[in-house]
Design a protein around this ligand. Structure first.
Ligand SMILES: Cc1cc2nc3c(=O)[nH]c(=O)nc-3n(C[C@H](O)[C@H](O)[C@H](O)COP(=O)(O)OP(=O)(O)OC[C@H]3O[C@@H](n4cnc5c(N)ncnc54)[C@H](O)[C@@H]3O)c2cc1C
Length: 406
């Protein structure tokens, strides 16, 4: 390999992109110019957005700007949207500049596919969502208005093909808790519409006892649940399913399906039909060996098909581990050294339920597994709050990954 300074481009400034950039910096030092391109100037700790919707967390507390921490390490930050990636010329074009790369690492997450369902989404549709601070604040204000009423109907759910269904579970249980605190729960209906074949499936066929735990929880909370729900339309006052059934609402929040970023979708051979980068176990593109990918941007097939499509979630913790593995393997391409399997990784997740919470962990994240933990208790909520602080500090100061002792 040549000794010239390498140009490494990282697309994405979130869990995947920042952790990858720090790992690349550790491995290359001055031997590479590392550039992080992100269309967002801030890192958002998404797991706290459901708390923002309930009004339990200040939105300003869950975001930090990323330019200064990256600059401190000598990592260049480009604020812009990647519009084109040319794997043959090894070029990336943003809306402001075009640059060459020797290797690229894609951690661009996903686009929210609201357009797949008429009337879906907070921008040109009728339902709320929880993927950005702006969406969460808008949902918070609408929910507060409905909860101020004497009675109401609340529908929370996920579209067919959604992968990040966990926040919908959290929200419906947290709304239940908030209504009980107001002594109004008996005058509100709470309906949960999910494409999963059973409650607690989470896109991975369940995690240990999670289906039983969540089913019991929903029964105790009188949350009406529709499984295999195939949402086909959202109207201003109702969500319509494929079988013609309608669910009236005063407030609704529906998790959309994801698809890969437009610049990924437009490169032949880089991604699956939904636009998620197809990678080998070392996190390298199957067709372009100098392109690596991690996090929500990659394709992971479901463990088994479901009657209504449900996609595999890629949690923040998984994304962090994948990103570090991808960066390590990218560096090994140039510097030699062993490569690691970035897909056989554990996953830990905490779902807050308002008055209690659930800790779910699986190693590896897809079955069959060596180890599973499912626990319920208020303590997990404090752990989640600690995660928020830790991850924000990790982005700011390049802290090591959280070690759960797996
Ligand atoms: C409401 C909610 C709750 C969640 N709760 C949990 C939880 O409790 N526990 C957990 O582990 N995980 C949770 N997650 C999942 C976690 O947030 C994701 O796993 C994580 O955000 C994935 O990181 P990523 O870097 O792959 O992608 P993303 O976080 O989606 O980031 C993508 C990055 O790429 C950038 N980008 C995209 N397209 C372009 C482009 N064309 N040009 C330039 N930049 C681009 C974006 O600006 C962004 O910086 C939750 C997610 C949500 C939304």
């Amino acid at each position: 390999m040549s000794n010239s300074r390498k140009q490494i481009a990282v697309v994405g400034g979130s869990f995947g992109g920042i952790n990858a950039a720090y790992e690349l910096h550790r491995r290359f030092g001055q031997k590479a110019e590392i550039v992080v391109v992100s269309k967002d100037r801030d890192f958002t700790f998404h797991p706290s957005l459901p708390w923002v919707i309930l009004g339990w967390r200040d939105p300003r507390a869950v975001q930090i700007p990323i330019e200064a921490p990256l600059q401190r390490k000598g990592i260049r930050f480009v604020h812009g949207e990647v519009e084109r990636l040319d794997p043959n010329q090894c070029e990336i074009a943003t809306n402001s500049e075009t640059f060459h790369y020797d290797a690229a690492l894609i951690a661009s997450g996903a686009e929210l596919d609201y357009a797949a369902i008429p009337g879906l989404g907070p921008h040109s549709g009728h339902t709320h969502s929880t993927f950005t601070v702006e969406e969460a604040v808008r949902a918070r204000d609408a929910l507060a208005r409905v909860m101020a009423q004497e009675s109401g109907r609340i529908v929370v759910g996920a579209a067919p093909g959604a992968s990040c269904i966990g926040p919908a579970y959290e929200l419906v249980m947290m709304i239940d808790t908030a209504l009980k605190r107001l002594k109004k729960r008996h005058r509100f209906s709470l309906t949960f519409l999910t494409p999963e074949p059973f409650i607690g499936h989470f896109g991975v066929g369940g995690i240990g006892a999670s289906p039983r735990m969540v089913q019991d929880e929903f029964a105790e909370r009188s949350i009406d649940t529709v499984i295999n729900a195939q949402i086909v339309e959202a109207q201003p006052d109702r969500v319509v399913l494929h079988d013609g059934s309608e669910y009236l609402y005063d407030f609704s929040l529906v998790i959309p399906a994801f698809r890969g970023a437009a610049f990924v979708r437009s490169v032949a051979g880089l991604a699956n039909p939904k636009g998620f980068v197809t990678v080998n176990r070392q996190m390298a593109s199957e067709n372009f060996p100098n392109i690596f990918a991690a996090g929500v941007a990659i394709a992971i097939p479901p463990p088994r098909p479901t009657p209504v499509p449900v996609a595999v979630p890629k949690t923040g913790h998984m994304t962090e581990l994948m990103a570090r593995a991808a960066a390590r393997n990218l560096a090994a391409e140039f510097q030699g050294g062993s490569k690691v399997d970035g897909l056989t990784i554990p996953s830990s997740c905490i779902a807050d339920a308002g008055d209690t919470s659930f800790y779910l962990a699986a190693d590896p994240f897809l079955p069959p597994r060596n180890r599973v933990i499912t626990k319920k208790g208020k303590w997990a909520r404090y752990l989640k709050l600690m995660f928020e602080k830790y991850y924000l500090a990790q982005i700011r100061y390049d802290l090591p990954p959280l070690d759960f002792g797996w």
